[in-house]
Ligand binder design. Structure first.
Ligand SMILES: [Zn+2]
Length: 275
């Protein structure tokens, strides 16, 4: 009888401590999903957005905060679940105490909250261009590399025809020839991300330091690059390579632009209106 009593007390105490500690341990293990190194993780850089979430964010003007919480809650897409936008503020509370939350949130907002237009002004996306998620696919010019961007292909493979416009407001930070990128333009958007448009056939009337608006013409789609000589063209099919970069601890980090492109896929500026 005494023994049974002792066991019961033991079990009672055990379950009591479990009830107390399991949520705490769970919080500790989950909050380790967010630390200052999160921005360099493969999960974050892939920017995974499932179909359901794609619909949820479609009508949000600033989806950065929503996605910041969504990625932490779903372990960067490992668990799929679209979150109710009404619950975001409550869920955010779980994460905002974690080390690195502020920088993480700013990074998400910098990639997402300046997005305004699809970068190719075309009347018909389906027939003029096509693109797929080729994040980290192999590329082999100048040794084996991984693809850090999205290629928007000209279906007709015509250089100098399709207008490339800025997806965001911003400042022209770079313009000129790169061996890999050909004629490229780099735009620094207001929240701090760097949008990189490569392989242009020609430039619009823009210069380094110019302030530009989302939808302004940057140039025309081409096939320049992959040559040490400036002006090399024709080494691959006509396309726009789009890259998006954030900065953390003075390090440049590329993130997958494909989900961002999906988000603005229906926001196409009429070429006549492009600046
Ligand atoms: Zn590319």
């Amino acid at each position: 009888m005494k023994r049974i009593f002792r066991y019961s007390v033991f079990l009672f105490l055990l379950s009591f401590f479990c009830a107390l500690w399991i949520p705490k341990l769970r919080y500790l293990s989950e909050s380790s999903r967010l630390d200052p190194a999160t921005l360099k993780s493969a999960g974050f850089r892939q920017q995974p957005v499932d179909k359901e979430t794609e619909q949820v964010i479609r009508n949000m003007e600033d989806p950065g905060e929503y996605l910041a919480v969504y990625w932490l809650e779903t372990k960067f897409g490992e668990r799929s679940s679209a979150l109710s936008p009404d619950n975001i503020l409550t869920m955010r509370k779980r994460w905002e105490r974690a080390d690195g939350w502020g920088e993480y949130l700013s990074a998400c907002q910098s990639v997402w909250d300046d997005l305004t237009y699809f970068p190719v002004a075309s009347r018909d996306i389906g027939s003029d261009v096509s693109y797929e998620d080729s994040w980290m696919f192999g590329r082999s010019y100048k040794g084996e590399r991984e693809h850090e961007g999205t290629d928007i292909m000209s279906r007709k493979n015509e250089r100098g025809v399709l207008p490339v416009v800025s997806m965001t407001d911003g400042v022209v930070q770079n313009k000129g020839w790169l061996e890999l990128g050909g004629y490229r333009v780099g735009i620094r958007a207001p929240h701090g991300a760097y949008f990189y448009y490569a392989h242009l056939d020609s430039y619009a009337d823009i210069y380094v330091g110019d302030e530009i608006k989302a939808g302004d013409l940057l140039g025309f789609m081409g096939d320049t690059g992959y040559g040490t000589e400036e002006g090399t063209k024709g080494k691959f099919p006509v396309h726009l390579h789009l890259g998006i970069y954030i900065y953390s601890e003075d390090q440049e980090i590329s993130v997958n632009p494909y989900p961002a492109l999906k988000y603005v896929e229906e926001k196409i500026i009429d070429y006549q209106d492009a600046g």
